[in-house]
Design a protein around this ligand. Structure first.
Ligand code: SF4
Length: 292
């Protein structure tokens, strides 16, 4: 048994004991969760287990993800039971330790410099989800640290948060390999996203954000199983396991297309997020990127 897997089991036991102390007498486990206990994530398996071992419950949708993709199927149903701060931190530390030694994708594990697990406040109401680490992120072991990441940081700050007060993660925790290529990144495959998705599901179960922002078409596809094009999908609320999801453009798109109108679209999406979170929005803030 790997150290990471052992830590996750210990965190899970601790969580179950906390639930018992709070009066819970039984929990519902999804088939994915049971499969997860049978197949330690540190070993190659290609499975889609829920790695958190967390209890599941159902919440009402805004517009649910279609179940047409393997990724969406792996994410079916359910919001987790609430966790106190200590239980969250214990569970996240165990999950992180497990991800850091993950070998489920042998070719990615061999080529990566770092596992890019996630960064920020695990108690935040707001979580940003991207597709996969690029070269900069692989080098630093932190998501969204390249030019696109710097733009995301500006967006986060303009919303009135900081990188430390939101949580940022990718669907894929390892950089997609680019054999024979010294530079450049590639889009993760559906199979890679499916294999790694249980880590993100577990992060969501632990963090329990009030809102998720899905950054770009690949993140939307990986999270929601929707491939209808980010231009059509952005700005319209979706739902993932009971959590409202706002699809928007990836910051890299805004670097490629500097038109004010595109920045305004992303900002309008973020205004919707702020509104759902009940955050105050000033007049100046509301009018960013509008033509004079
Ligand atoms: S991409 Fe995810 S599942 Fe694959 S090796 Fe990395 S951490 Fe493990």
């Amino acid at each position: 048994m790997s150290v990471g897997y052992q830590q996750l089991i210990e965190a899970t036991i601790q969580h179950l004991e906390d639930l018992k102390a709070q009066g819970a007498r039984f929990i519902n486990l999804s088939p994915e969760t049971l499969e997860g206990f049978a197949s330690p994530l540190g070993q190659p398996s290609g499975g889609t287990a829920d790695v958190s071992g967390r209890p599941q419950a159902v919440s009402p949708p805004t517009q649910s993800a279609p179940r047409s993709s393997p990724v969406a199927e792996a994410s079916a149903s359910s919001a987790p039971a609430p966790l106190n701060r200590e239980a969250k931190e214990t569970a996240m530390a165990g999950l992180r330790a497990r991800a850091m030694v993950c070998q489920k994708c042998p070719q990615l594990a061999a080529s990566r410099k770092n596992v890019v697990f996630g960064v920020g406040d695990i108690h935040s109401p707001l979580m940003f989800v991207g597709e996969a680490p690029g070269a900069d992120e692989d080098e630093r072991g932190e998501p969204f640290v390249g030019k696109a990441g710097q733009l995301l940081t500006k967006i986060v700050q303009t919303m009135g948060f900081t990188r430390d007060t939101v949580y940022i993660a990718n669907i894929l925790k390892c950089r997609p390999d680019t054999p024979g290529q010294a530079v450049g990144n590639r889009k993760p495959t559906a199979g890679e996203m499916k294999t790694c998705l249980p880590y993100l599901l577990a992060q969501l179960d632990i963090i329990q954000p009030k809102v998720i922002v899905a950054l770009g078409a690949t993140a939307v596809e990986g999270l929601l199983g929707e491939t209808g094009g980010i231009t059509r999908l952005r700005g319209h609320w979706r739902e993932f396991r009971g959590v409202p999801v706002m699809p928007t453009y990836h910051p890299a798109y805004l670097l490629r297309n500097e038109a004010l109108s595109e920045k305004r679209k992303v900002w309008e999406d973020m205004l919707q997020v702020l509104q759902l979170l009940g955050r105050p929005v000033g007049e100046k803030q509301r009018n960013y990127f509008l033509k004079a």
